[in-house]
Ligand binder design. Structure first.
Ligand code: GDP
Length: 482
């Protein structure tokens, strides 16, 4: 979503890097470039203007120190990073649990924003944290909303309170109120109430949201926003904030290719933090929102923390411990280990998204590689490995011609694909040995090694230090400058 913005930031900073010592007009120039980039990305004018004003003012104030530092452009970059984190909300904000359970979370927003999908994602996240959530179907307007919530609830194994069929039948306020009572009776510690949206903010939507809010007195009102809608979404959020009020925002559809301006403007315009982000239709496409990590991604610094956390969640502790032990003891990486890793990788979500969190992945050759990566390769590779016997998985050297033909037949793939997998696997085995002996490749987060068949991430080139022109004929002064 932020590709365009990221590449404009990168080009603005690459011209600043070539400058060495910075002057006021260099700052004004980069601020103008940044402002244009923000406006192109659909960021609200007031937010873009405030943002560049802050960068200019802060940089001017410490310009002398900036120029004394070894890398002036990096010093400005750090200020931009801090200000970007700040417009994204500064500190991360999480659900506050009520002192007296159940904690009641009310989901509001326009129709199609992604509330019902979000209800399932949020329920799963909270359940994984050891809570006992209940979903309540108070969207009785949108066709099939009740059934959709039931299906979502079933898929994440969270019960759904749905006494009314919906499709225009039933009183949403009563359902919400009865849902809370049901949760109290059954000792659910969290209740997530899905409500109806409309196509636009209007009196009826606000009136219904207010009635539900007053009936159940929620601990958190979350306003769900479709980030693809751009500035319109920000305007609706503002109207809803003024008319009904909410505590935090959830951005959905961050996987889309819209320009991302809504995400950057909404916190400033509404004064409310973004709490969660949805990045796809699957239940697993859900992230906690961290302003600093998002700023890092936009500035092309990647998001290694999220990557490491996702790896940790996908690889259960037993599997990770087994790998680490094998690795430490110098045992061979087998196709069985490979299969376990493939399964974990699939749990982590789309490979393209994951690799996109690696620093530098947003630019040049790496980006092209990512765009070409086909996630269905994982499934094909898995089918081939699953068609092998335990002996073959443990010792691929036994794979002669007839065994390879049998595997190809069993997995519905070509013999050439089996050959290619075995070859890549053998290379990966070698790579693992090299990593163990400290001779090889890049380091990935603990517990996560790239399975063979994946495009190896391109090594990240170190930025060559900007060449500085000698600015003074006086050696003592020059030494001071550098
Ligand atoms: P509601 O009317 O607010 O309850 O919206 P839904 O939850 O039914 O979502 C509307 C559509 O958006 C559905 O087709 C969802 O699958 C889709 N959707 C929801 N969240 C996301 C997301 O983060 N990314 C993408 N690409 N689609 C999403």
């Amino acid at each position: 979503m932020f590709d365009n913005l990221s590449s404009k930031f990168a080009s603005a900073f690459s011209s600043l890097r070539g400058k060495g010592r910075l002057k006021s007009n260099d700052l004004a120039e980069i601020c103008a470039e940044i402002k244009t980039a923000l406006l192109d990305s659909d960021v609200a004018i007031s937010v873009a203007q405030d943002f560049v004003n802050k960068i200019q003012d802060r940089s001017e104030l410490v310009l002398e120190e900036i120029n004394k530092s070894t890398n002036p452009s990096q010093a400005v970059f750090n200020i931009v990073n801090e200000e970007l984190t700040s417009i994204l909300g500064g500190l991360a904000r999480r659900i506050r649990l009520a002192k007296n359970p159940p904690t009641v979370i009310l989901l509001t927003g326009l129709q199609g924003a992604g509330k019902t999908s979000l209800a399932g994602k949020l329920a799963k996240y909270l359940k994984d944290q050891g809570n006992t959530p209940l979903l309540v179907a108070s969207d009785l307007q949108r066709p099939n909303a009740v059934t959709q919530l039931q299906v979502v609830g079933e898929s994440v194994k969270v019960p759904v309170f749905a006494p009314e069929p919906g499709n225009g039948v039933g009183d949403p306020v009563k359902v919400a109120r009865d849902g809370i009572n049901f949760a109290k009776d059954k000792f659910h510690n969290i209740v997530i109430v899905d409500t109806a949206g409309r196509l636009g903010i209007d009196e009826e939507l606000m009136a219904q949201a207010k009635r539900i809010r007053d009936a159940i007195n929620p601990d958190e009102v979350l306003y769900v926003v479709d980030a693809m809608v751009g500035q319109d979404a920000v305007r609706s959020a503002q109207a809803f904030q003024e008319g009904v009020g909410f505590d935090a925002i959830v951005l959905t559809k961050l996987d889309g290719d819209a320009r991302g301006g809504a995400a950057l403007s909404i916190t400033q315009i509404t004064g409310k933090p973004i709490m969660f982000a949805a990045t796809g239709e699957k239940v697993s496409d859900f992230d906690l929102f961290y302003p600093d990590r998002m700023a890092s991604r936009i500035l092309g610094l990647g998001d290694i923390q999220t990557l490491a956390e996702q790896a940790k969640n996908a690889f259960d502790t037993d599997t990770t411990a087994k790998f680490e032990k094998k690795f430490a003891e110098g045992e061979d990486f087998t196709l069985d280990d490979f299969l376990a890793q493939l399964e974990a990788m699939k749990k982590m979500g789309s490979m393209t998204k994951l690799l996109g969190m690696i620093p530098g992945a947003n630019s040049g050759a790496m980006k092209k590689q990512l765009e070409q990566f086909d996630d269905s390769e994982l499934v094909k590779t898995q089918a081939i490995v699953q068609s092998m016997t335990p002996l073959e998985r443990n010792d691929p050297k036994v794979l002669n011609g007839s065994r390879r033909s049998r595997i190809a037949l069993g997995s519905g793939r070509q013999v050439s694909e089996v050959n290619s997998l075995v070859e890549r696997f053998t290379q990966a085995q070698k790579m693992m040995k090299q990593m163990r002996t400290g001779k090889g490749g890049m380091q990935l987060p603990p517990g996560m090694q790239m399975p063979p068949g994946m495009p190896a991430p391109a090594p990240i080139k170190k930025q060559a230090p900007a060449k500085k022109k000698s600015r003074s004929g006086n050696p003592a002064k020059r030494a001071l400058e550098s």
